[in-house]
Design a protein around this ligand. Structure first.
Ligand SMILES: [Zn+2]
Length: 274
């Protein structure tokens, strides 16, 4: 079995080079900043918890009401997302749409590469229009930055490398039961998933600014999410923690306001190519 243990770092190294990485130069969060915000969010989650039932079913009338509130915000963010998308890649397909899926439960929304699907509980929960607009803008950013395709590609690369290790182990007489393929796929998916989330927050804020929303309100969205779900103050596997997101977004707000003050175009900073 020594062969199997040696193969794991081998897979990691290969996957590291092959995976699709984020492209924007979004702000870093220091350990000290993260710790201080984490403490503040943990205290708020304890002292002012938000008990929101995200499993409830919404009747037709309630869904209609939610759609009525969502539609104008979605429209405004869609237009801004198209502008930001074109400023990054003039040839890209920048036609986007927001869909409310009344069958889904949970404080969630997702991007499918083209559309943004938002769940009724999220519309209901995000009482502040700036927050609801940010949720939509964040999901559009996933589409604009090609995260869905990149994640699929990274999963595939990881599992292919894992399969190669399974085959090599088989040739050496060890039956891995396909474990390297599974581990590799997961490694590939997670390789940049937190970084993609940070990038979607970053590009999402540019969309929000372009749409004319109050971007200063947006970082608070994660503070409120922590009050509703205290675990997210600490847990991070596929996403950055809420405190890290709050801090990074605060820095992005400052970056955007500085650009506006200097009369510069509202385009996210792109990391220089190595
Ligand atoms: Zn996301």
């Amino acid at each position: 079995m020594a062969f199997l243990h040696r193969s794991i770092p081998f897979i990691c190294l290969l996957a590291l080079g092959a995976c699709v990485a984020p492209t924007t130069d979004n702000p870093n969060v220091t350990q000290a900043e993260w710790k201080a915000e984490q403490e503040a969010q943990a205290i708020a989650a304890k002292q002012a918890p938000i008990n929101f039932n995200d499993k409830k079913n919404y009747g037709d009338n309630q869904v209609e009401e939610l759609v009525g509130r969502l539609a104008p915000i979605a429209h405004r963010v869609e237009n801004a997302a198209t502008d930001v998308c074109r400023s990054l890649d003039a040839k890209a397909n920048c036609t986007f749409q927001v869909i409310l899926d009344s069958k889904e439960h949970g404080l969630n929304a997702h991007a499918d590469g083209q559309n943004v699907v938002i769940y009724p509980a999220m519309v209901d929960f995000a009482k502040n229009d700036n927050h609801l607009a940010f949720v939509i803008a964040h999901e559009f950013a996933h589409n604009i930055m090609g995260h869905i395709k990149a994640s699929q590609q990274n999963t595939l690369i990881g599992s292919l490398l894992g399969t190669a290790a399974d085959v090599a182990a088989g040739a050496a007489g060890a039956n891995t039961g396909g474990i390297f393929s599974k581990v590799g796929g997961r490694q590939g998916l997670l390789k940049y998933s937190a970084a993609f989330e940070a990038e979607a927050d970053y590009v999402g804020l540019y969309i929000l600014a372009q749409a004319g929303y109050k971007i200063e309100d947006a970082p608070d969205f994660w503070r409120i999410m922590s009050q509703a779900n205290p675990d997210s103050v600490y847990i991070s596997s596929s996403h950055p923690t809420n405190p890290a997101r709050t801090i990074a977004m605060g820095k992005t707000v400052a970056e955007i306001r500085a650009k506006q003050k200097a009369g510069q175009p509202l385009i996210p900073n792109i990391r220089p190519k190595k």
